[in-house]
Write a protein that binds this ligand. Structure first.
Ligand code: NAD
Ligand code: ZN
Length: 379
């Protein structure tokens, strides 16, 4: 390849300051170093996690930075020591990695890789502590090891899943974060028994995928909880059977759900990032067997408060990143579910914009409109 080993100049959407619109700039992308790959990003989308760190209201500010972690692309070149990826491979980046060697990667129960687990405050590559992006020699920081709001990005090989080259990247890119996260939170973590009742807090892409996962697992009642009533009609397509808007009630939503379900739901999955919703999601599960799963990314100072008796009464609280999927091992199989038509992703994609209009995706999320907006870096 003509570009291998050389600096590539390309366009990237740079966040110079917290909360200010991204600006499309020409950046220099250094070649991948040992155990790294450089990927041409074709499609990327916006997840709420990008927005939290861009707003930096409840998170550590790291700027200037290139955000983005939900994407699909093609390997352009590989660094020293990379053996399982080659130029031309179709890949999905993942914000949390899999080194395949640590105790977590070797455990069937964990995807919290010691080396590459999500780190939202690091803005550099773990190999040498430097950024691969620069403008006029000034470094631009990375985000969660992926920084996909760029035509080219450099990632550790452990944060890159190689997928079926037949899979359409403009569709399966949404599996690289939100959809797999929600799906796995239900199927792998909450594990609702057949015929059970599940509450889903937050009906964005992650929550809708959690509803879909609950449906696939065999839940018969799926109660969607959201403050935005505009979400409800759409959520029926994802298996939600009933809805609760906490704003419509003058008592705690836990009580509303307990009344609807004869004492509490069997499972709940929280996909809002709001601490109150996290507490509600735990307290609304049935005593004796209820399990709540937290997925939303909390404010950095958030504290979870509940009476210990809620645990003694045999309720379980869990949390998950990426739906407990191991990125490199499991994500290619999630893509295969789509290829076999066992999982639909098109219904999650409501908007699409060219790279130059990336800020529109932020506006849509701020307004709570649509589900996922695909950003096309190519055209
Ligand atoms: P989104 O903004 O599209 O959807 C969030 C929904 O939650 C919205 O519909 C909003 O109205 C609703 N909501 C907000 N506060 C609420 C409350 N108090 N009660 C009820 N509903 C409320 O976001 P998304 O992209 O679907 O992401 C959802 C969450 O999941 C975010 O916090 C994101 O950071 C997190 N996330 C976590 C992981 C992980 O691996 N754990 C991965 C991806 C995303
Ligand atoms: Zn995400």
């Amino acid at each position: 390849m003509a570009t291998a080993g050389k600096v590539i100049k390309c366009k990237a959407a740079v966040a110079w300051e917290a909360g200010k619109p991204l600006s499309i700039e020409e950046v220099e992308v250094a070649p991948p170093q040992a155990m790294e790959v450089r990927v041409k990003i074709l499609f990327t989308s916006l997840c709420h996690t990008d927005v939290y760190f861009w707003e930096a209201k409840g998170q550590t500010p790291v700027f200037p930075r290139i955000f983005g972690h939900e994407a699909g692309g093609i390997v352009e070149s590989v660094g020293e020591g990379v053996t399982d990826l080659a130029p031309g491979d179709h890949v999905l980046p993942v914000f949390t990695g899999e080194c395949k060697e640590c105790a977590h990667c070797k455990s069937a129960e964990s995807n919290m890789c010691d080396l590459l687990r999500i780190n939202t405050d690091r803005g550099v590559m773990i190999g040498d502590g430097k950024s691969r992006f620069s403008i006029n020699g000034k470094p631009i920081y990375h985000f969660v090891g992926t920084s996909t709001f760029s035509e080219y990005t450099v990632m550790h090989v452990g944060c890159v899943a190689k997928i079926n080259p037949e899979a359409p990247l403009d569709k399966v890119c949404v599996l690289s974060c939100g959809i797999s996260t929600g799906l796995g939170a239900s199927i792998n973590v909450a594990k609702p028994p057949k015929g059970s009742t599940v509450a889903i807090f937050g009906l964005g892409a992650v929550g809708l995928a959690a509803a879909e996962g609950a449906r696939i697992a065999g839940a018969s009642r799926i109660i969607g909880v959201d403050l935005n009533a505009n979400r409800f009609e759409e959520a029926k397509k994802f298996g939600c059977t009933e809805f609760v808007n906490p704003k419509d009630h003058n008592k705690p939503v836990q009580e509303v759900l307990a009344e609807m379900t004869n004492g509490g739901v069997d499972r709940s999955v929280e996909c809002t990032g709001n601490i109150n919703a996290m507490i509600q999601a735990f307290e609304c599960v049935h005593d004796g067997w209820g399990v709540a799963v937290l997925v939303g990314v909390p404010h950095k100072d958030a504290e979870f408060k509940t009476h210990p008796m809620n645990f003694l009464n045999e309720r379980t609280l869990k949390g998950t990143f990426f739906g407990n999927y191991k990125p490199r091992t499991d994500l290619p199989n999630v893509v295969e579910l789509y290829m076999k038509k066992e999982l639909e992703v098109e219904k999650f994609i409501t908007h699409s914009v060219p790279f130059a209009e990336i800020n529109k995706a932020f506006d849509l999320m701020a307004k709570g409109e649509g589900i996922r907006c695909i950003i096309r870096t190519d055209n």
